[in-house]
Design a protein around this ligand. Structure first.
Ligand code: GDP
Ligand code: CO
Length: 433
C-alpha cells in the first residue's frame, strides 16, 4: 500500500491525532523489490511482506447480530488468511437457533479456506462463567448473563483476542457488502500500525464514500448521517481546550477501527453504539492532561490516532432512520456526560439534539449508557482457565500473565468516570501541556 503522510496533526498533551491520510496505491509491492523507486518523504510505502507480518499478529473481530449469512461469508472471505478471525454473535437462539446456522455456515467455509475461526455466542454460559471468574463483572447483567450490545460483544472478543496472544485487534462489521473493502480495511489497519511510533495506537477508517441511490442514479455520499454531528462536537471539545478551531476528527463513529492490544487494555469503554466516539473522549479524559492520568507509561510513550481514507466505497445494510437517530444520540450522550465536557459545549449539544429532534424540546440528555473500566483489571489467567475445555482453546497462547493484575497494580486502577474536575476553566484559559 502507498499512503501519504499526515498533513495535519493535532496534539493534545501526549495524544497525537493524525489528519485523514489518503491511500494512493492499494498494493505497494514487496519490501526489497528490484525496481524500488527513490525515497519520497511525503509518501509511505508499506510493503506486502510487512503487511503480512502484522497480520500474523492480528485478530479481526466480526460482531454479528441477525445478519444475512451470505453477507457474513463475504466479509470473512475478505479478511487476510493469517489474521485470527473472532466472530461474536448475538443472534437469537429461539425459536430458531440462528447462531447454530451461522456457526455451521462459518465452519463450512472455514473448511474450504483451511482456517480456524473462533466463533462464540455472546450469551454462551461458559463464556459468562469465564467473565465472572476473571472478575470483570461489568459485562454481566442483573441475571448474570453477558449484556446485549455491539460494544459488549467487542469487549468480550478483545478478551479472547488477548488469550490468542495477538498484538493487534481490529473490528470489521459483518454487514459489509464488499469483501474487497474488508480486505482494504485490514491493510489500512496494518499501515497505521506500521506508521505509528507508539505502542498505544488506534487506526480508524474514514470511508471514501457511501453509495446511495438518489433519483435512480448512484450517488456517492461522503459521510454517514450521524458522523457529521459527532465529528463536529468532538472537534469542538478539542478546540475548547487548545484554543484553536479544528476539523481534525473525521472518524467519530468509525465502526471499522483497530487497536494495539496495549491500547485496547488501557481504555475505558462505553456501551452499544457509543463505543466508537467514546474512544476519543476517553483518551482525552485519561491522557489529555485534564484528569489525573492512570498510566505513566502511556503518558511517556504517547497515544496515536490514525485516520485512513479507504478507496472502496462502504456499502452496508440499511437499518433505518431510528437506528441512525439512536446511534447519534448515544454519541452525543458520551460527550455530554464526560467530566471534561465544558458547560458551553453541553449547551451546544443539547441545542443540537433538540434541533435534530432526537429528543423533545424539554428533555435533557439522560445518562443511559454503561461504562466499562479498562480491561487490564480483568484476571486473564482465570478467564482462560474457565475456557480450557472449549473447542477453540487450542488457539490460546500458554502465557497470558501480562495483564493479570497484581495486588499492587489493583491499587493503581482508577475509574475515570469517578474522577471529578473541580472547575472547568473558561474557554481558552486552560493550558494543556
Ligand atoms: P452501523 O453499521 O453502525 O449502522 O450498525 P450495525 O447495526 O450495522 O451494527 C454494526 C455491527 O455490529 C454489525 O455487524 C451488527 O451485526 C453488529 N451488532 C449489532 N448489535 C450487536 C450485538 O448486540 N452483539 C454483537 N455481537 N454484534 C452486534
Ligand atoms: Co452496518
Amino acid at each position: 500500500m502507498k499512503i501519504e503522510i499526515s498533513r495535519e496533526i493535532e496534539r493534545f498533551g501526549p495524544i497525537k491525532i493524525h489528519g485523514v491520510q489518503k491511500v494512493f496505491e492499494l498494493d505497494g509491492g514487496l519490501k526489497n523489490a528490484d525496481n524500488d523507486e527513490e525515497y519520497n518523504p511525503i509518501m509511505q510505502r508499506i510493503a506486502y511482506d510487512i503487511q503480512h507480518e502484522i497480520q500474523e499478529q492480528m485478530a479481526i473481530v466480526v460482531p454479528v447480530r441477525n445478519e444475512k449469512i451470505k453477507l457474513i461469508e463475504g466479509v470473512l472471505s475478505g479478511i487476510p488468511h493469517h489474521c485470527q478471525v473472532i466472530i461474536v454473535s448475538n443472534s437469537p437462539r429461539e425459536p430458531m437457533d440462528r447462531f447454530k446456522l451461522e456457526k455451521d455456515a462459518i465452519e463450512h467455509i472455514g473448511r474450504f479456506m483451511n482456517r480456524k475461526f473462533l466463533v462464540v455466542h455472546q450469551k454462551d454460559p461458559v463464556l459468562t462463567k469465564a467473565v465472572e471468574a476473571s472478575g470483570y463483572k461489568h459485562l454481566l447483567d442483573k441475571k448474570g448473563n453477558i449484556k446485549n450490545g455491539k460494544a459488549e460483544g467487542m469487549i468480550l472478543s478483545t478478551m479472547l483476542a488477548y488469550l490468542c496472544g495477538k498484538k493487534y485487534v481490529g473490528f470489521i462489521d459483518s454487514d459489509n457488502y464488499f469483501p474487497g473493502a474488508v480486505l482494504e480495511y485490514v491493510q489500512e489497519y496494518c499501515a497505521g500500525f506500521f506508521l505509528s511510533a507508539s505502542p498505544f495506537t488506534m487506526v480508524r477508517i474514514s470511508w471514501h464514500s457511501k453509495p446511495k441511490v438518489v433519483e435512480s442514479n448512484l450517488f456517492f455520499a461522503k459521510r454517514g448521517r450521524a458522523s457529521e454531528h459527532t465529528n463536529r462536537i468532538l472537534n469542538r471539545l478539542i478546540s475548547y481546550y487548545t484554543g484553536y478551531g479544528t476539523e481534525i476528527i473525521k472518524t467519530g463513529n468509525a465502526g471499522e477501527h483497530a487497536l494495539t492490544m496495549e491500547m485496547a487494555m488501557q481504555l475505558d469503554y462505553s456501551s452499544g453504539y457509543s463505543i466508537e466516539p467514546y474512544h476519543y473522549v476517553n483518551v482525552l479524559e485519561r491522557y489529555g492532561g485534564i484528569l489525573a492520568p492512570p498510566s505513566d507509561k502511556v503518558m511517556k510513550e504517547g497515544v496515536e490516532f490514525f485516520q485512513i481514507e479507504s478507496r472502496n466505497p462502504h456499502l452496508h445494510e440499511v437499518k433505518g432512520d431510528q437506528h441512525v437517530k439512536d446511534m447519534s444520540l448515544a454519541a452525543m450522550e458520551v460527550i455530554y456526560h464526560s467530566p471534561i465536557c465544558p458547560p458551553a459545549l453541553k449547551a451546544n449539544i443539547l441545542e443540537d439534539v433538540h434541533n435534530r429532534k432526537l429528543l423533545k424540546k424539554e428533555e435533557d440528555i439522560e445518562s443511559q449508557l454503561h461504562y466499562y473500566p479498562a480491561l487490564y483489571s480483568a484476571d486473564f489467567k482465570k478467564f482462560k482457565e474457565e475456557l480450557k475445555n472449549e473447542e477453540y482453546a487450542p488457539l490460546f497462547v500458554q502465557d497470558v500473565s501480562k495483564y493479570t493484575p497484581r495486588e499492587k497494580d489493583k491499587k493503581l486502577m482508577r475509574d475515570t468516570k469517578a474522577a471529578k474536575i473541580k472547575e472547568i476553566p473558561k474557554e481558552g484559559k486552560l493550558e494543556v501541556k
